[in-house]
Design a protein around this ligand. Structure first.
Ligand code: FAD
Length: 688
């Protein structure tokens, strides 16, 4: 038998170097029995080696047998090395190994990790090199238990490894299999399923009422273009394109991306299309019964609601008086053809409202947009050929939100200085926002559609509607305007936060009363909402991914949702912070969150906040991208559970960094301004 010293960094940290001997080898499998330097039996290492095609890898393979730590050996052979910890579970030891542990019982904890290598300085995906199972004797379990996952997280690979070693998984304390149902196959639903699968939760069904994935983007209006650029719209670990193309997807491109993503991560097999959920009820013992309109029903332990909050249209009270004039909601809008030559009022001017108003203004004989106050803080999608959301970076967003008082008038001044009618219209609209914090007190509307409608297509902005005459043909506004001979009204007034199929007590769901807009304190981790946190700026997709990661870690047992009292305290704390930042908008728009505050807060819970100081000293180029590139999802894959360090480095370095523009300069000015105060607790609290 060859003596070897196998990679086992976690054990070695505790007991020092570990030596071992190969007990047997069969094809791809190698059984290795390890001892520490005192000769005490420590662990059984079992390695399953994947197909090795590269000659360089063969060398490394051979050298491990000669001795040396696996990681060290691979690095010496100029191979990049990545060890990913997959999970832990209890096993009953086989008889040949039991005697080694005779004084400590026969149940041990097994740790499983995957080792991947690829030649340095090359692109491409790492080959799976080995799957290693390490047996931890009982006296060392305390060091690993906190990371322990459940029995049902064993992947088929891990199972075959156990079988080869003659290990049987301990069943005296059977774990309940976690059955999960995800409702909705929009972006929120597919990332929820992907993360569950990635954390080893295999019993997942995704129910989708439609016939394809993509949610509202599979049925939205014809010319829908996303308002977040590709860098903010892609999920963290599935990258297409070169990342630096400042492109904004059409709805088709978005659906194509999510389809490819779902395919890549094996999500598609878990989706049942044309499965409309009609009711959900609690059957006791924490089990939910999900019933479809087809009559079928499914029990589950965890319910994940990824149905989007674009389902039940919201109408203002006065819409009830519309008896003559025809009206519709943006949910059902496809294109402006039916409004040609008409006098049309669009109510509301958020992102969809602006797009709808723009299309209608081009064909209508007269168009108006009714705004209560503003249409959000309008920013263009692009500036100078660059996606403007590249400036949604830590360089500016790490400053206290009070800085909005200085930033907003400064930006307005610049827009006015362009002497462009579209930007003049933009400035007039943004000036309607009364609060001092300006842009940081409200959501962003990342399109110039409304200013363009005003500047180029005769669209008029009017106040909130206060009076209805002649069944809607004549309307009065809070600003004293009268709109005559109205033919049609399109409501772009958002949606009601309601889930019609849930039990009565849960139908009204207020995101502000849920921990991180995800968990209702009365239902704990048995029900999770994904996609009910709408960021003012930034993008909703990274938020949905972060939520999906947290939920998957909780369901797989790797993290625990805090107790009810803590959830309530967290809800209160967040609400207080958002009320302070968004003022009455926090009350009115119940899903509204601050992107950086939310993502950084979640990252701290998960332990995946990027190590900025470390990169500042050891990888300044990456640090520059983290600080002055878009704060998109991949930034949160650099550490913590679910980390994909190598891939994250590759992706982040591909992303654009902001040019030295007015936002970057204002960030520097802000830092000078807050310089000394930056060390006070109040500042730290106000920071995202
Ligand atoms: C017009 C528009 C443009 C947007 N553009 C952007 C953007 O550019 N960037 C950005 O970050 N955010 C954008 N958003 C916000 C947000 O990202 C989207 O709303 C996103 O679609 C939310 O994804 P979701 O998966 O949560 O919900 P949805 O996309 O709404 O998907 C929910 C899915 O659940 C299914 N479902 C609902 N009820 C049931 C049921 N009873 N049974 C079975 N299935 C059901 C639906 O069929 C749907 O497929 C936009 C929103 C809108 C309305």
């Amino acid at each position: 038998m060859n003596n070897i010293r196998l990679h086992s960094s976690q054990l070695e940290e505790i007991v020092g170097p570990i030596y071992g001997e190969i007990v047997s080898q069969e094809g791809k499998y190698r059984k290795v029995h390890l001892r520490d330097s005192t000769g005490k039996s420590r662990t059984l290492g079992l390695a399953k080696f994947g197909a090795i095609t590269d000659p360089g890898l063969k060398t490394a393979h051979a050298e491990i047998i000669k001795g040396g730590l696996l990681g060290e050996t691979l690095r010496q052979s100029k191979l990049d090395f990545r060890k990913e910890y997959l999970g832990s579970f209890e096993v009953v030891l086989p008889s040949w190994l039991k005697k080694e542990f005779s004084t400590q019982g026969e149940i041990a904890l097994a740790l499983c990790s995957r080792i991947e290598v690829k030649p340095s300085n090359t692109d491409g995906i790492a080959d799976q090199y080995a799957l290693i199972l390490e047996i931890i004797p009982p006296e060392l379990r305390e060091h690993f238990d906190s990371k322990g996952s459940r029995l049902d997280t064993l992947t088929p690979d891990m199972r075959s490894l156990c079988k080869f070693a003659g290990l049987s998984v301990h069943t005296s304390k059977p774990m309940k299999k976690k059955r999960c149902i995800v409702i909705g196959a929009g972006p929120g639903g597919i990332v929820a399923v992907k993360e569950l699968l990635e954390q080893g939760v295999e019993s997942v069904i995704c129910l989708e009422q439609g016939g394809e994935i993509g949610g509202i983007f599979s049925r939205g209006y014809d010319n829908l273009i996303l308002t977040s650029s590709v860098t903010f719209s892609m999920f963290s670990d599935y990258w297409v394109g070169d990342g630096n193309d400042h492109h904004f997807w059409s709805k088709k491109e978005a659906v194509d991306y999510w389809t490819a993503y779902a395919h890549h991560y094996g999500v598609l097999e878990h989706i049942r299309f044309h499965a409309e959920v009609k009711t959900v009820r609690e059957t006791g013992d924490g089990v939910w019964e999900v019933c479809l309109t087809s009559g079928e029903s499914f029990p589950c332990d965890h319910l994940i609601l990824a149905i989007g909050n674009n389902n039940i249209p919201r109408y203002p009270e006065w819409s009830k008086k519309l008896t003559t004039v025809s009206f519709s909601h943006s949910r059902d809008y496809k294109n402006a053809a039916s409004f040609k030559g008409k006098r049309v009022l669009v109510v509301g001017g958020g992102e969809s409202g602006s797009d709808v108003a723009y299309e209608i203004a081009q064909v209508a004989s007269q168009s108006w947009v009714s705004l209560r106050e503003s249409s959000g803080w309008i920013v263009p999608r692009r500036r100078g050929g660059h996606a403007a959301d590249v400036s949604t970076h830590r360089g500016i967003w790490d400053l206290p939100r009070d800085y909005g008082k200085i930033l907003s008038p400064f930006v307005l001044k610049l827009e006015r200085a362009r002497k462009d009618p579209v930007f003049d219209a933009l400035a007039v609209l943004n000036e309607r926002i009364k609060a001092e914090r300006g842009m940081w007190r409200i959501y962003g509307t990342k399109t110039l559609a409304l200013p363009k409608s005003i500047a180029h297509h005769g669209c008029k902005v009017v106040g909130a509607i206060t009076g209805v005459e002649d069944g809607g043909r004549k309307l009065h506004t809070a600003c004293g305007e009268t709109l005559e001979n109205v033919d049609a009204i399109v409501f772009c007034t958002g949606y009601v936060n309601q889930v019609a199929f849930m039990p009565k007590t849960m139908q009204e769901c207020d995101p502000r009363q849920m921990f991180k807009h995800m968990y209702h304190p009365d239902y704990g981790d048995s029900v999770c909402w994904i996609g009910w946190a709408r960021p003012g700026f930034g993008s909703q997709f990274p938020i949905m991914e972060m939520q999906a990661r947290y939920n998957a870690l909780i369901i797989s047992g790797k993290m625990k949702l805090p107790e009810k009292a803590e959830l309530l305290a967290g809800i209160e704390e967040d609400f207080k912070a958002y009320r302070e930042q968004f003022e009455e908008n926090a009350e009115r728009i119940r899903s509204l969150v601050d992107y950086h505050r939310y993502m950084n807060g979640m990252a701290r819970i998960l332990g995946c906040y990027p190590p900025l100081t470390k990169y500042f000293f050891f990888h300044p180029r990456l640090w520059l991208h983290l600080m002055y590139g878009p704060t998109q999802a991949t930034q949160f894959r650099l550490r913590g559970p679910g980390k994909k360090v190598k891939l994250a480095h590759e992706i982040i370095l591909k992303l654009p960094v902001s040019t030295y523009n007015h936002i970057v300069k204002m960030g520097f000015r802000g830092r000078l301004r807050y310089g000394l105060r930056a060390i006070t607790p109040r500042f730290v609290q106000a920071r995202t």
